[in-house]
Design a protein around this ligand. Structure first.
Ligand code: TA6
Length: 290
């Protein structure tokens, strides 16, 4: 069974068999597809740009070293618009999972914006009904520290966002970007999205469950060393403002983004930082993670 297809251009496919695949575009190391039994789990806009310059609208863009607007460079940093390197082509592990490793290190372009040495290692593992993301950020400098945000900007594909519920946010403080960044506390046991929503929840638990994703199933998001969770849906008006997003697409996507947003990480010389995320499709009756 083929486990790798590295197109001459910039697409890497992890193929686990049984119509379960994960496709990564080396532009931004953006996961642009995750199909389980041939069902797509991620949202990518029909108007998404694949010009190798702009960020891809959808999938799982990699946000680093900045979340949000940045006076030094592009919004959400340069990682999601950089060309990553495929360090290890997809290969099958002993248990049948398929793994691939990508990396990004400082280069002329990044140093022109943000003059620090860094090396990011990004390991993806495709399991039967799970996708694992293991990230390492290393500071090779002998004298300079740097601070960074990092976030996986996950666009889940959903039949109707108005029917989704998100657990694990009750009681958390959040920055509401739809209300001038004011600070609130989440009073709801489960969060629903019925309007333009753009919230940075702080110090959230390690686990969220999102209901009514593809096929009406639940998706578990498990995160480690990603203390914040961003919930975003542009709704109709902001959809119209984005040229790479269809006016009618907002009901079919929900961003649930694990990251380090409100407290940037300070990486001392010669040290590394690790974070990980697991997306798991919950098959009812199998609620405990193996
Ligand atoms: O993650 C939510 C957010 O920060 C929103 O404020 C919105 O800007 C979204 O990211 C998309 O940003 P982009 O730069 O990809 O258009």
């Amino acid at each position: 069974m083929a486990t790798t297809a590295v197109a001459a251009t910039s697409v890497v496919v992890l193929d686990r068999g049984n119509n379960t695949t994960c496709t990564i575009n080396l532009h931004g190391a953006t996961v642009v597809s995750w199909r389980v039994n041939n069902q797509e789990q991620l949202f990518v806009s029909k108007l998404a740009s694949f010009d190798g310059k702009n960020a891809i609208r959808g999938g799982i863009p990699f946000v680093f070293p900045q979340f949000g607007p940045w006076s030094f460079g592009p919004q959400h940093g340069f990682a999601r618009i950089s060309r990553w390197h495929l360090d290890r082509a997809p290969e099958r592990l002993h248990n049948g999972d398929v793994e691939a490793i990508f990396s990004l290190m400082d280069n002329e372009l990044t140093r022109a914006i943000w003059n620090y040495q860094f090396r990011i290692t990004y390991r993806l593992i495709l399991r039967e009904k799970e996708l694992h993301f293991h990230i390492g950020v290393f500071n090779p400098s002998k004298e300079l520290s740097f601070t960074f945000n990092m976030l996986l900007h996950t666009y889940l594909k959903v039949p109707d966002v108005r029917r989704c519920q998100i657990t694990g946010l009750h009681g958390c403080t959040f920055i509401d970007k739809t209300r001038e960044g004011a600070l609130y506390q989440e009073g709801r046991e489960v969060v629903t999205v019925n309007e333009w929503t753009d919230r940075i929840y702080q110090h959230t638990p390690q686990e969220h469950v999102i209901t009514n994703v593809v096929s009406g199933r639940k998706m578990r998001l498990h995160k480690y060393n990603f203390p914040d969770t961003v919930i975003w849906n542009p709704w109709i008006d902001r959809s119209r403002e984005m040229k790479d997003f269809g006016d009618d697409e907002f009901p079919n996507m929900l961003c649930v983004e694990a990251g380090n947003v409100t407290s940037p990480i300070i990486l001392l010389p010669g040290t590394a930082f690790e974070a990980s995320q697991i997306l798991q499709i919950i098959i009812e009756g199998n609620v405990s993670r193996k």
